[in-house]
Design a protein around this ligand. Structure first.
Ligand code: FAD
Length: 375
């Protein structure tokens, strides 16, 4: 295989986890990278993320795992608590970046974003905020891209990393459908209780809940609300409604409702998934991250897939003599693992809704082991 020797210019749509990671990985391979990000600022939505072993391993390859561990909260075990408030299981997680390093890290989204952004810019990536793509034309060697400020770019590679509702996907002529699974997920940023040093997962009679530490002082509470239509609630209803949903949980989980009531930071999102069947590329344009495959949050692995996509994309383009063959190799290498993760997350969402919690835990555990295999 010969290395690609043509023009190395890339335009990435979206400065999220996938876009920033791909940009850094490509820039380090000698690509000149520009990102267009529709949001006018660097602000992110959502409070916290759990980065699993594969995310940490991919971040370690980029030299960023230590920064995430320093600013987040490392942990290596999940505690499952049953509907009566008794500890049902403690599951040790595989440590993928060394026996003495944590297996995963809880981190605030704005912190992760800052780390990824800073590294991309240090590698020479230019990020334009408040800009999007309005048209994409595949030409012989280069892709012509029109932007919302009416300027034009020509690039050897266009990467759609613009999330589950990707516009780039449609502009490249790729079609998918988003599935809703009858669940809304809640997240609240709270003061970390003293026992909250690892992930806790609480099975409930109607819903499931949990706690993920983000730092010495902060954690996020999550709750998955079952059997509900998707819709938007007025902001003023978020805190009291989440506190009410948490009220029936016994044991340690009983401490979560007061923590939520004291928090001003609650978000509620529908559980939507999709997997792009067939090719993820058209010519020299490709989609990655949630734009190509969005799992349900129950596996806490969407960011892992997005970060691995960015790394593998740069590796395969570095190994092939044309962008087209590099993209095909990228899609071949990623399809099976991403499909398995999306399908497993959907199965877990189904099991949770019929209160088959121990089956859901076993399935999640088996899938985490599979995801620990190299990307
Ligand atoms: C409630 C919830 C909890 C989750 N928890 C976890 C977790 O704990 N661990 C985990 O690994 N994953 C988790 N995930 C999944 C994870 O957030 C995603 O998989 C991950 O963010 C995907 O990254 P991405 O870069 O592909 O997309 P995004 O993070 O959505 O980023 C897309 C970027 O593109 C920009 N954009 C959008 N449209 C355009 C456009 N037209 N033009 C230009 N820019 C555009 C957006 O503003 C954004 O900056 C969770 C998801 C949800 C919904």
């Amino acid at each position: 295989m010969d290395n690609y020797r043509g023009v190395r210019t890339a335009l990435i749509v979206g400065a999220g986890v996938a876009g920033l990671t791909a940009a850094t990985a490509l820039a380090r391979e000698g690509w000149q990278v520009e990102i267009v990000e529709v949001s006018p600022s660097r602000a992110t939505s959502g409070w916290g993320l759990c980065l699993t072993g594969p995310s940490l391993r991919a971040l370690a390859q980029l030299g960023l795992a230590e920064a995430c561990l320093a600013e987040g909260h490392g942990m290596s075990e999940i505690t499952h608590v049953d509907v009566d408030g008794e500890t049902a299981d403690r599951v040790p997680l595989r440590r993928l970046i060394g026996a003495r390093r944590p297996a995963m890290v809880g981190i605030a989204r704005p912190v992760l974003h800052r780390i990824l952004h800073t590294e991309a810019e240090r590698c020479g990536v230019v990020v334009h905020h408040g800009l999007t793509v309005t048209a994409v034309d595949q030409e012989a060697e280069l892709v012509r891209v029109l932007l919302s400020d009416e300027t034009e770019r020509q690039a050897a590679l266009v990467v759609g990393a613009d999330g589950i509702r990707s516009s780039a996907r449609g502009l490249l002529g790729l079609r998918t459908s988003l599935d809703y699974h009858g669940q809304m997920v809640w997240r609240a940023l709270v003061r970390r209780p003293s026992w909250g040093t690892g992930i806790h997962h609480f099975a409930g009679k109607a819903h499931t809940a949990g706690l993920v530490p983000l730092s010495a002082s902060q954690a996020y509470v999550f709750l998955t609300e079952n059997g509900v239509e998707q819709g938007i609630l007025p902001d003023a209803e978020l805190v009291p409604r989440l506190a009410r949903l948490l009220d029936p949980f016994p044991g340690r989980a009983a401490e979560l409702a007061p923590l939520v009531s004291a928090s001003g930071s609650v978000v509620r999102r529908p559980v939507r998934t999709h997997f792009l069947q067939g090719d993820w590329n058209r010519g020299s344009g490709v989609v990655i991250g949630d734009a190509a495959h969005a799992p349900a949050p129950q596996m806490a692995s969407g960011a892992a897939l997005a970060i691995e996509d960015g790394l593998v994309l740069a590796q395969e383009l570095g190994r092939h003599e044309s962008v087209g063959t590099g993209l095909k190799a990228f899609v071949r290498r990623r399809t099976q693992q991403c499909r398995t993760l999306v399908e497993t997350s959907v199965a877990i969402a189904g099991l949770e809704q019929v209160q088959r919690h121990s089956e859901a835990h076993r399935l999640a555990d088996a899938c985490h082991r599979l995801m620990a295999e190299p990307a």
